[in-house]
Ligand binder design. Structure first.
Ligand SMILES: [Fe+2]
Length: 404
């Protein structure tokens, strides 16, 4: 939720009669959050929203995250190569769960086909980060253009479809599924909900959906099949009519996009903690953006992050481009997991080498979680088994080599 928007047709007062030019009654739907006490949006439909011809268990869906108990122990730093995620399929179905806890599931997806059904995720808001490629998102609030480098927010239970842009680079996307929601951190707002002047972005930085898709006389054709996920189960509803019949809407709940390049970084006299890169948050996790910036201004500053034992947080970073100051041997598409309980910090040599540098061109997306993240069996297929040992500063002993 960014701010209130309204577009298309609607009555002057909610819950009152709205008719088209021919006198046909239009139908209001309230999309509410937090029961009836949270943010909401009024949607005005050409047709009643509740008509479904068939309701069955869906044979289609995506994999639900399950812990890979065999590969989970011991506790150690891990690195996954998302370039090994096989391209193919639709965004709705091809997402691969990699890490999860009770608050968050992290997926990676490389869809090559547009969705041929509509999807509504009742298990959480979806915050996508598009690493490569472009697409258009068809939603009940309108079309949303999606480009590489953008965060894309799809609210819980919003009916939508991904459309692949022909001729664009193949899509590579990471998804943060926030089970309790994903939102702008509360301390970025003033008491009336406006983004504060010291927030790292402004209202104008957000790309909004391009109005309702339908008019009272023109409801676009499309699939009548809607797949709804709730509690990890998939239900197929065959609707009487295609669901993109919204002619107007008004509220705070609508999808949006935000380009990471618009994130305004902060620089201090000495190294500032990762929380200064806060971008979006949900219960139990914080998403941060590392973007090119000037580094610390103190003449004796060590710009590289100090080694740390952040004893309450698991840390996940997707590396996008540039030379990440603290790590070596990681390139675009690498995804690291540094679990709480194991101290972490710069690779040997990086700390010393950063002294005297004045800027960094690194770009990365990070999520910190309070609950431990469990890797999935799918993640193990992408893992670099030697990553934890890449911090060694001494050669393995003869005894260690003998252990193979
Ligand atoms: Fe860290």
């Amino acid at each position: 939720m960014i701010d209130r928007m309204s577009c298309g047709l609607m009555p002057a007062k909610p819950h009152t009669v709205l008719r088209d030019a021919e006198g046909n009654l239009l139908y209001e739907e309230m999309l509410t959050r937090g029961g009836f006490g949270g943010a909401f949006t009024y949607l005005y439909h050409r047709y009643p929203t509740t008509a479904a011809v068939e309701v069955t268990e869906s044979k289609r869906g995506h994999a639900i995250a399950v812990a890979d108990e065999a590969g989970r122990t011991p506790l150690k730093r891990r690195l996954y190569d998302t370039r090994k995620v096989a391209p193919g399929g639709t965004a709705f179905e091809c997402r691969v769960p990699l890490l999860f806890n009770g608050d968050l599931t992290v997926y990676f997806a490389c869809p090559t086909q547009s969705d041929d059904v509509y999807f509504a995720n009742g298990d959480g808001d979806e915050l996508w980060f598009v690493e490569e490629g472009s697409a258009r998102l068809e939603t009940q609030c309108g079309w949303l253009p999606v480009v590489a480098g953008a965060f894309v927010w799809i609210p819980r239970s919003m009916i939508h479809r991904w459309h692949i842009t022909s001729g664009s680079a193949p899509l590579r996307m990471m998804c943060f599924e926030g089970h309790g929601g994903v939102m702008v951190p509360a301390d970025f707002r003033n008491p009336v909900g406006q983004l504060k002047m010291d927030a790292p972005y402004t209202h104008r930085d957000f790309v909004r959906p391009e109005g309702p898709i339908a008019t009272p006389t023109q409801v676009p054709d499309g699939p009548r099949e809607l797949v709804v996920r709730k509690g990890g189960r998939f239900t197929r509803l065959l609707l009487e009519r295609p669901p993109m019949d919204v002619v107007g809407w008004d509220g705070f709940v609508y999808p949006w996009a935000f380009a990471i390049e618009k994130y305004q970084p902060k620089t201090g006299q000495v190294h500032l903690p990762p929380t200064v890169h806060s971008t979006f948050a949900g219960p139990g996790f914080l998403v941060c953006s590392f973007v090119p910036r000037m580094t610390d201004t103190h003449p004796q500053a060590i710009p590289c992050p100090y080694p740390h034992s952040s004893v309450d947080c698991d840390e996940v970073i997707l590396y996008l481009r540039g030379n990440f100051t603290s790590r070596r041997g990681v390139g675009p598409g690498a995804l690291s997991l540094h679990p709480a309980g194991v101290a972490h910090g710069p690779h040997p040599g990086a700390y010393e080498a950063s002294i005297g540098s004045t800027r960094t061109d690194e770009m990365a997306v990070m999520v910190d979680t309070y609950l431990p993240l469990a890797p999935t069996a799918q993640a193990r297929q992408l893992e670099d088994a030697g990553y934890h040992d890449s911090w060694r500063t001494a050669a393995p002993s003869a005894a260690e080599q003998g252990r193979g």
